[in-house]
Design a protein around this ligand. Structure first.
Ligand SMILES: Nc1ncnc2c1ncn2[C@@H]1O[C@H](COP(=O)(O)O)[C@@H](OP(=O)(O)O)[C@H]1O
Ligand SMILES: [Mg+2]
Ligand SMILES: [Mg+2]
Ligand SMILES: [Mg+2]
Length: 384
């Protein structure tokens, strides 16, 4: 599903060429730090945040490196970033050792890369992390960063992604996503796929398509979503983590659609990359109960799918709206697939997919805000 592209979009003079090149450089450098940490993960380096999710030295280090690279590469652009991590826990007593380790990792990565002659102090690191505190919104330009998406996968030694996107006047206009553990298939000039490497860098600019290249450096290859139109031939991706989506709901929709293949469960926005390059047909994510979806969990991945010819919708069939701040204002559920399968998924078994999502939520008797729309849909739907 990929073909060699020459020249790469960054050199083709598109409106966001400089930002596209800077974003790729930023996530590739952050990926180097993450790979080093994943190879040598220490207990000391995992903290539990107030929301009880894990965060590692690599999440923080990645966020620092991305903000440093963007500022160094685009010095004249005003800088605003909506990013997942903040420095609050690192400023607490007892976090000094971890902060020291992050600072050392960041400086070693910068020195080894050789692009910049700068050294960050611990305070510089804290300030760089807090560059991600922007609220985003509908006006101006804002970077959106998940420094490690799939931290649980990262800790397990599995898939994870560094996802960076640019929001311009409320619309995602470019995305770059490093997936250090995802296989990369290089395609030669005759279109022949050769020797699998590990480490893929996806990117997309609005109106210019999506590409994948090796994280180690290679020519970008244009990618497209698959053209499967019969669900019998389709496969689907969902979260590896059971708590992140309702498996009874996805398996019942898969059954109703006639999907034969078992689910492929991997962590992070790597799922969007896999759909964008046609490795599978569908990625869906149906939440258990009210859990806010952060913009950084979907911004980079969704433009990579849409620019690869796919569609990304919420459970009511609306486009994702990234202009509402740090969280998506979406109906319960997110679906990424091609234009043939989307209408079928949206009205599985003749009923809106929102209804199918609503049923287990209603059974939980926890009709909170996120499930209200689904509950309304369910009430409005009359069995034929
Ligand atoms: N209990 C939960 N329910 C739903 N989503 C959750 C969750 N705990 C964490 N997440 C989100 O799911 C993301 C990972 O998605 P996936 O399941 O596709 O790997 C996490 O990103 P981070 O790892 O960046 O924190 C986090 O935002
Ligand atoms: Mg997290
Ligand atoms: Mg995430
Ligand atoms: Mg994260």
């Amino acid at each position: 599903m990929s073909e060699l592209l020459s020249p790469p979009p960054a050199a083709a003079g598109n409106q966001y060429g400089a930002e596209h090149a800077a974003a790729k450089k930023a996530v590739a450098l952050a990926a180097r730090l993450c790979k080093k940490v994943q190879q040598d993960l220490l207990k000391l380096d995992v903290q539990t945040k107030a929301d009880r999710t894990p965060v590692t030295v690599a999440d923080y280090g990645s966020q620092v490196l991305v903000s440093v690279v963007l500022k160094m590469e685009l010095p004249s652009n005003p800088f605003s970033m909506v990013a997942e991590e903040d420095s609050e826990d690192l400023r607490k007593d007892g976090a000094q050792e971890m902060l020291g380790h992050i600072t050392k990792l960041v400086n070693e990565t910068i020195i080894n890369d050789g692009s910049y002659s700068i050294t960050l102090s611990k305070e510089d690191v804290l300030v760089a992390i807090d560059c991600g505190k922007s609220e985003g919104g509908p006006s101006g330009r804002h970077w959106i960063l998940d420094p490690i998406d799939g931290t649980k996968g990262f800790i397990r030694g599995d898939q994870y992604a560094i996802g960076l996107a640019l929001l311009d006047e409320g619309k995602v206009v470019l995305g770059a996503m490093a997936c250090p553990n995802l296989p990369f298939k290089s395609i030669d000039h005759n279109g022949v796929s050769s020797g699998d490497q590990v480490g893929a860098l996806f990117s997309a600019t609005i109106g210019c398509g999506s590409t994948v290249e090796s994280l180690e450096g290679s020519q970008p290859q244009k990618i497209n979503v698959c053209s499967i139109s019969n669900p019998v031939d389709a496969s689907f991706f969902e979260s590896y983590e059971r708590k992140h989506c309702m498996r009874d709901c996805t398996s019942s929709i898969a059954e109703k659609l006639g999907i034969q293949a078992p689910p492929v469960r991997i962590d992070s926005q790597a799922k969007y990359g896999a759909v964008a390059q046609g490795d599978g047909a569908i990625y869906w994510r149906f939440p258990h109960k009210r859990s806010k979806e952060a913009v950084w969990d979907h911004a980079a991945g969704s433009i990579i799918v849409t620019e690869a010819g796919g569609l990304v919708k919420d459970a009511s069939g609306n486009d994702l709206d990234f202009s509402k701040g740090r969280y998506l204002d979406r109906d319960a559920g997110i679906i990424a697939t091609n234009k043939y399968l989307m209408p079928l998924v949206m009205s599985s078994d003749g009923r809106p997919v929102g209804v199918l999502i609503a049923q287990p939520l209603l059974r939980q008797k926890k009709i909170t805000g996120a499930s209200k729309t689904a509950a309304k849909l369910s009430a409005a739907w009359k069995s034929p």
